[in-house]
Design a protein around this ligand. Structure first.
Ligand SMILES: Cc1ncc(C[n+]2csc(CCOP(=O)(O)OP(=O)(O)O)c2C)c(N)n1
Length: 565
């Protein structure tokens, strides 16, 4: 009598196996959008404990998984159907992968048995996803599901974290999988999952160099926050009395209120004052930072032979790529900084941080003078100042490119350490912040999450306002409205003799659009209306949007070095 039941228990459908492999890796939530080829997967998800967040665009499903991963330290998972579902999910994978964020995307696919027959939505997902992922696979047989998912989680969370993609054909979802194969190492659902220790000889060399430094400086990238190395960094900076600068993604490496913190350096969010600190250093320690074009202002700050360089990175390809490196330290940032601190023992170097203090004061005096302005259209400085003031220290701010990224990177002081601010800095695609904020909210539901976007970005993400309303997410969206692709217009002003071309669009009442979706919203044109509107929007406990008519970037004093004469 019981025999058929036992047989069923020994096998799962491919779709059920996928769900169980996600659960075995500790996944609790999947962001995605339905499709014909996903019907078996949806049936399996329906009967499972996984929470599914329906999105209005696969791009945003991937951005949500990315935001979730950034704030939780766990793998973010998204899914979509074949064909358009794959091409639409791709941008989120590209961003996550280059930003070293583990995002797993599953696109369902046409049946293996239908390949090569002009089947609707047929696409070579393996070739499509290879350049934008760390690891990807197309499943041909259900029996491979457990192994392929174990490999994907291992690849995403060990070494340099990154994105993975799995194509899951329709017939593979329906074929049987042996239940005994469903097992996983749940530690691979978190990152970094396999910390790599530094070479002790290299630690000795680095310690010697730091002991002899007159003006050491740390430049920290996203790797410090990813590795959760903030405490080790602060301890080391204190021993060396060294300033600590960060990239945009490195914001959160150090409490920006402390005496060591320089703030953000580089061409986007850096200022002449922060650049001066870089130019002054004789030993620079890059930590979890690729020393790319933005951070180094195209490898000019620091100048190529200015300083001795210690470069800590988990990726062996990074140290030495852009600067002649004296000590390459290929290791996890937390372990490397901890080992360096230990090697320096009870050192308490005499150092003068008053120069850093002077420079910060000069930067913020200039900023605050503009932030007090009652000019209309409202100055971006005023928006940053009012929003920063209105937010709790633990609030999560997600910034899109355009006005938000440089301004908030430069002037929004992160109070505390860890991920409290992020922006999509690998590709800087417009329209990331709203979905990034949704993912961040699900990852850290107990704090207030705010997305700041330009009106160009609004045009690329507005559909997800429905998701905010449907799920009653207490997220506040702030739109910097200037009726232009301002960043590009500013480039035309600075480098092309103000020959403006095809950058302006018409003004939209974004508050009215938001109201139509069901959000409570404000449109602010006067500086004095700003603080009350933000306060009410942040306190509402429901989805809100504040549309702020702002001075366009090409007329503003943006912290973007290329535009400064
Ligand atoms: C998907 C995408 N297309 C084009 C760009 C190039 N780009 C960078 S900034 C920018 C303008 C941003 O305009 P908006 O969002 O209105 O913000 P503003 O600069 O006006 O503050 C553009 C088009 C991009 N980053 N992403």
């Amino acid at each position: 009598m019981n025999k058929p039941v036992e047989t069923r228990a020994a096998t799962l459908s491919g779709a059920q196996a996928v769900v169980e492999m996600l659960r075995a890796h500790g996944v609790e939530m999947v962001f995605g959008l339905c499709g014909d080829t996903s019907l078996p997967l949806y049936d399996a998800l329906r009967g499972s404990s996984l929470r599914h967040i329906l999105t209005r665009d696969e791009r945003h499903a991937a951005y949500m998984a990315d935001g979730y991963a950034r704030v939780t330290g766990r793998v973010g998972v998204c899914e979509g159907p074949s064909g358009g579902g794959a091409t639409y999910i791709l941008p989120g994978l590209a961003e996550a992968n280059e930003s070293s964020i583990p995002v797993l995307a599953i696109n369902t696919d046409i049946s293996v048995s239908s390949r090569g027959r002009y089947t609707l939505t047929e696409l070579d997902q393996r070739s499509l996803m290879a350049p934008v992922t760390k690891w990807n696979a197309v499943l041909d047989r259900a029996a491979d599901i457990p192994r392929v998912f174990r490999q994907a989680f291992d690849a995403m969370t060990s070494g340099r974290p990154g994105a993975a993609h799995i194509a899951l054909p329709f017939d593979v979802q329906n074929a049987p999988v042996d239940a005994a194969d469903i097992w996983a190492d749940p530690s691979l659902g978190m990152y970094p999952s396999r910390r790599v220790a530094p070479d002790p000889e290299m630690i000795e060399l680095a310690a010697r160099l730091l002991r002899s430094a007159r003006k050491p400086l740390f430049i920290c990238g996203g790797g410090v926050v990813i590795s959760r190395a903030e405490a080790e960094l602060t301890e080391l900076a204190e021993k060396l009395a060294a300033p600590v600068a960060t990239t945009i993604s490195g914001k959160g490496s150090i409490d920006e209120r402390c005496a060591h913190s320089v703030g953000v350096v580089g061409s986007n969010g850096g200022t002449p004052e922060t650049r001066a600190v870089v130019d002054d250093a004789d030993v620079i320690v890059f930590v979890g930072c690729r020393a790319g074009s933005v951070t180094t202002e195209r490898w000019r700050h620091p100048a190529p032979d200015q300083a001795r360089i210690i470069h800590i990175d988990i990726d062996p390809a990074v140290p030495g790529r852009n600067y002649k490196v004296d000590v390459p330290l290929v290791a996890d940032a937390k372990l490397a900084l901890g080992a360096l601190s230990e090697a320096l023992g009870h050192l308490h170097r005499d150092g003068d941080l008053s120069v850093v203090d002077d420079r910060k004061r000069a930067k913020f005096e200039r900023f605050e003078a503009l932030a007090r302005s009652n000019d209309t259209p409202i100055r971006p400085e005023r928006v940053v100042a009012e929003l920063s003031r209105a937010l709790d220290a633990d609030a999560m701010l997600v910034a899109d490119p355009g006005t938000p990224c440089p301004y908030f990177s430069a002037y929004h002081v992160v109070r505390g350490t860890g991920r409290r601010y992020f922006s999509n800095r690998a590709h800087g695609a417009l329209g990331y912040a709203l979905a990034g904020a949704v993912g961040a909210h699900f990852g850290r539901a107990n704090v207030k999450t705010v997305a700041v976007m330009g009106d160009g970005s609004f045009g690329m993400c507005a559909g997800e306002l429905e998701t905010l309303v449907r799920l009653k997410l207490p997220i506040t969206a702030v739109v910097i409205s200037n009726a232009t692709y301002g960043w590009i217009k500013a480039g035309q002003r600075a480098g092309y003799g103000q020959r403006y071309f095809s950058v302006d669009f018409s003004a939209t009442d974004h508050a009215a659009v938001a109201r139509a979706y069901g959000l409570t919203s404000w449109r602010v044109t006067e500086p004095k209306e700003l603080a009350p509107a933000l306060k009410a929007a942040l306190a509402a406990g429901e989805p809100t949007l504040v549309d702020i008519v702002c001075q366009p970037l090409h007329e503003a004093k943006a912290p973007v070095s290329e535009w400064v004469a």
